[in-house]
Design a protein around this ligand. Structure first.
Ligand SMILES: NC(=O)C1=CN([C@@H]2O[C@H](COP(=O)(O)OP(=O)(O)OC[C@H]3O[C@@H](n4cnc5c(N)ncnc54)[C@H](OP(=O)(O)O)[C@@H]3O)[C@@H](O)[C@H]2O)C=CC1
Ligand SMILES: O=C(O)C1=N[C@H](C(=O)O)C[C@H](O)C1
Length: 245
């Protein structure tokens, strides 16, 4: 059966990569595309699955429409507020959702490496997460940086709520033990770079992932859409999609 795919945010950077990927994919047809101001409810009605890389307010509106129409959705958007995340969890009791801040296979593997390093090195190694993206990105830190920080925090038995440090300026005092720092750079057309540092005394480990093309994210999103075809409800990650959990 051909999977009828709808793309939310079709004119955006990811939307364009997705249109190319769906156009070239076996067993998929582009059934609808929509952006700000379009009649997304009618568009969603024509599809089996929606792939959404927009903004949190757009995704939340599309999610509500998918829930009402019992359609599946792949969410790549980042920058959600905690209350949005709760609504996504609630919607997953009725529809099938993949949500991931980064759909590239390489980032899933990077997260596994970070988990192992954080668990093995323990609290004597200071964790710092650095990311750089293109100058048009609107949220910071990136969803991927937050995810990698969460993975590092969980592996050492803490949370970002408790231990994240998001800004340093002026007389900051010494680094507080156990904190996880985030720093962000924006410029040019950088697709997406992430480094997690584990800085100890006398040595430092750096785990880096660099994206060179949005096509990689698009291919991951298509894998996620295919994965959802066999599911009725539930909230899934890229680890689920890749069979790594
Ligand atoms: N999970 C992953 O692997 C990845 C996630 N991302 C995330 O995807 C999102 C989009 O990134 P990118 O494509 O670079 O962004 P762009 O700004 O290039 O594209 C966003 C698109 O969404 C549309 N849009 C914005 N707001 C709404 C809304 N309220 N309702 C409907 N459509 C809307 C825009 O339409 P218009 O132009 O008309 O405003 C535009 O077409 C970001 O959150 C980014 O962090 C990005 C890359 C990979
Ligand atoms: O906005 C982007 O471009 C990207 N956003 C995602 C994020 O916030 O992590 C994924 C990727 O890094 C590109």
């Amino acid at each position: 059966m051909t999977l009828k795919v709808g793309i939310a945010g079709a004119n955006g950077r990811m939307g364009q990569a997705l249109r190319a990927a769906v156009g070239a994919a076996e067993g998929m047809a582009l059934a609808a595309t929509f952006d700000v101001g379009d009649d997304y409810e009618s568009a969603i009605a024509r599809c089996n699955v929606i792939i959404d890389f927009t903004r949190p307010e757009g995704t939340m509106a599309h999610l509500a429409a998918c829930r009402a129409a019992k359609k599946k959705i792949v969410i790549g958007t980042t920058g959600f507020a905690p209350e949005d995340l709760a609504k996504i969890q609630a919607a997953a009791t009725e529809i099938a959702i993949v949500k991931a801040p980064n759909m590239s296979v390489g980032v899933v593997v990077t997260a596994k490496l970070v988990e192992m390093a954080s668990r093995s090195l323990g609290p004597d190694y200071d964790v710092e997460v650095f990311e750089m993206h293109h100058k048009l990105k609107v949220d910071a830190p990136s969803g991927t940086a937050l995810m990698l920080g969460e993975v590092a925090a969980k592996a050492r038995g803490t949370t970002l709520e408790k231990d994240a440090v998001h800004a340093r300026h002026g007389t900051t005092g010494e680094r507080k033990a156990g904190t996880i720092g985030f720093s962000t750079a924006r410029g040019g057309d950088v697709v997406g770079d992430h480094t997690v540092f584990f800085a100890g005394v006398g040595e430092r480990i750096e785990i880096t992932h660099r994206s060179n093309s949005r096509a990689t994210y698009a291919q991951g999103a298509l894998r996620a859409a295919r994965f959802l075809a066999g599911r009725t409800h539930g909230l899934y990650s890229m680890e689920d999609v890749l069979g790594l959990v």
